[in-house]
Design a protein. Structure first.
Length: 282
């Protein structure tokens, strides 16, 4: 589907609606505040109601470079099919029963020559919060709920890895939780941008992903401990070990002798803490 200089890959049921919202005024923060909301995550994204009554909502995420490239190029890319790759990873996840935000569309707008900008549009998961919001909002999680969260997250990440998906940026903001009933939770993995699909993930890649998530938890406590005196929801060493054990021993078990991997891959994040302090995050 094409609209001027924009190529749109969209689910059939959403064609007409997506064509109406891709114009810059509608996906900008300057939209009607009664209908448009700004979603915080790895950046700020507008969310748009599918129906005027505020039922289902779509999240419009504009692709942007990170780091130095972000300062130079912002949201302009050249070559490559980054949006289509994310759609592909989402499809692999869906086929393998990995819960995530439903991908609705990607747009790719030609800027000049080989340069383009793009958006990824997904359905908002109503009632779900990311792990940082969960920790902020529930400083005193009861033991039963904490165990439920730990096992739910461990099994979902394990399922993702067993499907061969390596998440390019697995951190607290990209894991969502939704309380369902009886103190149980449903977990979701979001933002599969730049993620890759392998025939089989090595133990090294698996550990690298898990350490990235653990490091984001360490960073969360580092920052929050400096900024607020409010009691934080405590994730103990026992909780972390319980998470790792659940990940390793979920059938089929990767290795029953899971403690070996804790000793092999453990990190105190000394360098990262130094960098957080040096860069002014403290």
């Amino acid at each position: 589907m094409r609209s001027n200089k924009t190529i749109i890959c969209v689910k059939e049921d959403y064609k007409e609606f997506i064509a109406d919202i891709i114009s810059p005024p509608l996906v900008s923060e300057a939209g009607n505040q009664d209908s448009f909301q700004i979603k915080q995550g790895r950046g700020r994204y507008p969310t748009i109601p599918i129906k005027k009554n505020g039922g289902e909502r779509l999240i419009v995420r504009n692709y942007k470079h990170g780091g130095m490239l972000g300062r130079l190029l912002g949201n302009v890319f050249f070559f490559g099919d980054r949006p289509l790759n994310e759609i592909y990873v989402h499809e692999v996840a869906r086929k393998n029963g990995i819960t995530s935000a439903e991908a609705i569309a990607v747009t790719k707008k030609k800027r000049w020559g080989i340069f383009y900008s793009a958006n990824f549009i997904s359905k908002e998961i109503a009632g779900a919060v990311d792990l940082i919001d969960f920790l902020n909002e529930q400083p005193a999680v009861d033991v039963h709920s904490k165990k439920s969260v730990i096992f739910t997250l461990a099994k979902l990440i394990r399922k993702m890895h067993d499907a061969g998906i390596y998440h390019a940026d697995l951190h607290l903001k990209n894991m969502l939780l939704k309380k369902i009933s009886g103190g149980t939770f449903e977990a979701y993995i979001i933002d599969l941008d730049k993620s890759t699909v392998w025939r089989q993930l090595t133990i090294g890649k698996r550990m690298k992903n898990l350490l990235r998530l653990d490091r984001s938890l360490e960073k969360y406590y580092w920052l929050q401990g400096k900024k607020t005196e409010k009691p934080l929801s405590h994730v103990s060493k026992t909780d972390r070990i319980r998470f790792f054990k659940a990940y390793m021993t979920t059938d089929p078990a990767i290795d029953r002798d899971w403690k070996v991997y804790i000793h092999r891959y453990y990190s105190p994040y000394t360098f990262h803490k130094f960098w957080w302090h040096f860069s002014g995050l403290s």
